[in-house]
Design a protein around this ligand. Sequence first.
Ligand SMILES: CCCCCCCCCCCCC[C@@H](O)CC(=O)SCCNC(=O)CCNC(=O)[C@H](O)C(C)(C)COP(=O)(O)OP(=O)(O)OC[C@H]1O[C@@H](n2cnc3c(N)ncnc32)[C@H](O)[C@@H]1OP(=O)(O)O
Ligand SMILES: NC(=O)c1ccc[n+]([C@@H]2O[C@H](COP(=O)([O-])OP(=O)(O)OC[C@H]3O[C@@H](n4cnc5c(N)ncnc54)[C@H](O)[C@@H]3O)[C@@H](O)[C@H]2O)c1
Length: 257
Amino acid sequence: MAAKLRSVLALVTGAGSGIGQAVSLRLAREGALVAASDRDGAAAEETIRLLVGTGRDAGAGPGCHAAFQADVAQAGAVQALIEQIQACFSRPPSVVVSCAGITRDEFLLRMPEDYWDEVIAVNLKGTFLVTQAAARALVSSGSGGSIINISSIVGKVGNLGQTNYAASKAGVEGMTRNVARELGRHGIRCNSILPGFIITPMTKKVPQKVLDRIITQIPMGHLGVPEDVADVVAFLASDDSGYITGTTLEVTGGLFM
Ligand SMILES: CCCCCCCCCCCCC[C@@H](O)CC(=O)SCCNC(=O)CCNC(=O)[C@H](O)C(C)(C)COP(=O)(O)OP(=O)(O)OC[C@H]1O[C@@H](n2cnc3c(N)ncnc32)[C@H](O)[C@@H]1OP(=O)(O)O
Ligand SMILES: NC(=O)c1ccc[n+]([C@@H]2O[C@H](COP(=O)([O-])OP(=O)(O)OC[C@H]3O[C@@H](n4cnc5c(N)ncnc54)[C@H](O)[C@@H]3O)[C@@H](O)[C@H]2O)c1
């Protein structure tokens, strides 16, 4: 099958683990050049090592992918990230996938303020900062693009112990629709994905008794894997979704359809 992202430059945040790593691999397989960014720079480097050789048959040259270290919650770090990417590849990324995210779970009545602040800073403000910096660069260069934000089904239905996380992910959805409205005239699309329960280090912290309850609610009867999300990211990154913007795609096995 022909590569659908031949030589497209893709920025993936949170690329050092789980869904972000799977997205990086999937986009490279489609021929994209990947700028893998993570707060954990070593983890981003490891993802790049996994990419070496991927996509070569689809048009990506040797040593084309690159790792970057950046904390998406810090405006200065995000601006520097976009500048470093432009210096490395001589262009802004036309595909931007915000995967960076954290949880700080606790019941509302006991949730410390810093649990709220940290989750909002990374999941919501971080996605805003990355989207804004990338969009500024794309509009300045006259390039179109596709921005893909990883929200969560929790933003739609809520989840015990996740008042902060649910708010952050619902905010990502609302921001996505607004960005789609403002940037459509620049040829820049913006969509969000709502994954259900995907087996990654993030979900490894969930108590087994909770996990057992969740699985009984999934019509497909099993948890998802990062590749299930990466496949949908590849679709939203490509021209196959050229007339789709402002939407949310649920990747949940039917959980809470
Ligand atoms: C009936 C279940 C229906 C399905 C509901 C789930 C919908 C959403 C699925 C999530 C998919 C997307 C997740 C994705 O975005 C990535 C993540 O966010 S992964 C992290 C998800 N986090 C959680 O689900 C929170 C899990 N809970 C905890 O971490 C702890 O319970 C905590 C909130 C820190 C409190 O800990 P503590 O030790 O104080 O209490 P317990 O753990 O003993 O819990 C007390 C009782 O509450 C029940 N409980 C806790 N969390 C959940 C939950 N999320 N769903 C259902 N029930 C929950 C727990 O089982 C105990 O019940 P019992 O007293 O009967 O044993
Ligand atoms: N796993 C799931 O079930 C699930 C479901 C729905 C949504 N999501 C979302 O998908 C995204 C990826 O989650 P995952 O399961 O792969 O988690 P993960 O913990 O495996 O990966 C998250 C990555 O983000 C990085 N990161 C964290 N804070 C950062 C920051 N401030 N700046 C830059 N990088 C940062 C981490 O270092 C890590 O590499 C998150 O936004 C998460 O909320 C996950």
